[in-house]
Design a protein around this ligand. Structure first.
Ligand SMILES: CC(C)(COP(=O)(O)OP(=O)(O)OC[C@H]1O[C@@H](n2cnc3c(N)ncnc32)[C@H](O)[C@@H]1OP(=O)(O)O)[C@@H](O)C(=O)NCCC(=O)NCCS
Length: 328
């Protein structure tokens, strides 16, 4: 269990109580040898370690109707996904997240303005701008909203546009990124026809080399981001004849959720089911670890990949776009 995460703790009640044990759900405030402190909806609860029967991290709470992969809110899913792609340097401004990993991905080099920054909006944005300028970087904000949202309808988006920021610039991924989710149960299993998939908890040089064929890597920074989550698995498929890795994907592991990053198949090996096998292998690992929902992020202009995800049952949960000063 991690301090700051949502947890559930079952603990014994004193003798003579009506029940022998009870559960508390809330944010883990602190933990030490003696006790766990949980901020629950009913106040702070201090639980002596000796009374703890079971305890675990749990997924974000539902905030809208539907199955688990749809009922998570936009902000909660954004914060969860940020833990699947951790920048080499991160700071918090209240609930906002400031991230830097020079030269490697928009997500790891932008502020995530969800929740309360604990400052008035204009001062919070001033703070973020200064934070990036101190690092010799242009400020950039990852603003999320409902599918096809207009950043002008978002409070932070509207404020940034008013300051001269432009949406959809400063990032190679184009105008808009789709966050897509699916229930694990709908993903296809590996079959005897599937190409063999290898999973490794460590990032191997060969996997990284294959990753480098799909995008620009920044030595030292890329490895830090790829291995920066609390849990990740590196999946790969090799070409039988040459033994070379021709398909890769990275799985991020969260309570109740699996994340898919970096899916790529060598152009000469596409449309042979390699990506499907990689996703099936991730689904298998997710099934073994009780993660019923899966997310990914795909650039809206990547129509081939969007079609791939849709035929697997993924639907759009929400979108995000990057806002940066017009000169960035
Ligand atoms: C998207 C990508 C991973 C698909 O890999 P793949 O191994 O060719 O996919 P599969 O063979 O498992 O495809 C399964 C099905 O998905 C759909 N599909 C896959 N690629 C598609 C495309 N470019 N256009 C439309 N549908 C596609 C098809 O229905 C396909 O079945 P079919 O070949 O019988 O028609 C691959 O094109 C790729 O590496 N693209 C560049 C990197 C990228 O965009 N990654 C995704 C980032 S989110």
């Amino acid at each position: 269990m991690t301090v700051g995460e949502r947890v559930v703790v079952r603990y014994r009640l004193p003798q003579g109580s009506e029940a022998s044990a009870t559960d508390v759900l809330g944010m883990l405030r602190s933990r030490d040898e003696q006790s766990l402190v949980v901020d629950s909806a009913f106040g702070q609860v201090t639980i002596p370690r000796r009374d703890v029967v079971a305890a675990k991290d749990v997924p974000p709470p539902p905030s809208r109707p539907g199955p688990a992969h749809q009922r998570v809110g936009v902000a909660d899913l954004e914060l969860l996904m940020a833990k699947g792609w951790v920048a080499v340097e991160q700071s918090a401004l209240g609930a906002w997240l400031l991230r830097s990993a020079p030269g490697f991905t928009g997500r790891a080099n932008s502020a995530l303005p969800v929740g309360d920054p604990t400052l008035p909006l204009d001062r919070a944005v001033d703070f973020v701008e200064k934070w990036y300028r101190q690092r010799d970087q242009k400020p950039m904000f990852q603003v999320a909203g409902p599918v096809d949202f207009d950043p002008a309808d978002d409070e932070v988006g509207a404020h940034l546009l008013g300051r001269g920021y432009t949406a959809g610039v400063g990032h190679a991924a184009g105008e808009r990124v789709h966050v897509m989710t699916a229930p694990l149960a709908g993903l296809p299993p590996l079959t005897e026809q599937s190409p063999p998939v290898t999973g490794d908890a460590r990032l191997q040089p060969e996997w990284l080399m294959a990753y480098g064929e799909s995008r620009t890597v920044v030595p030292g920074v890329t490895e830090g981001v790829l291995t920066g989550s609390r849990g990740q698995l590196f999946m790969s498929v090799r070409d039988e004849a040459s033994g070379r890795i021709v398909g890769i994907a990275r799985m991020a592991i969260h309570p109740g959720w699996a994340g898919i990053f970096g899916l790529w198949v060598h152009p000469e090996h596409r449309r042979r089911g390699i990506a499907t096998a990689l996703v099936s292998a991730i689904a298998m690992a997710a099934r073994d670890n009780n993660m019923p929902s899966v997310y990914l992020q795909v650039s809206g202009d990547n129509t081939g990949a969007v079609a791939f995800w849709e035929q697997l049952g993924f639907t759009r949960h929400h979108d995000y776009t990057y806002l940066a000063p017009a000169d960035a």
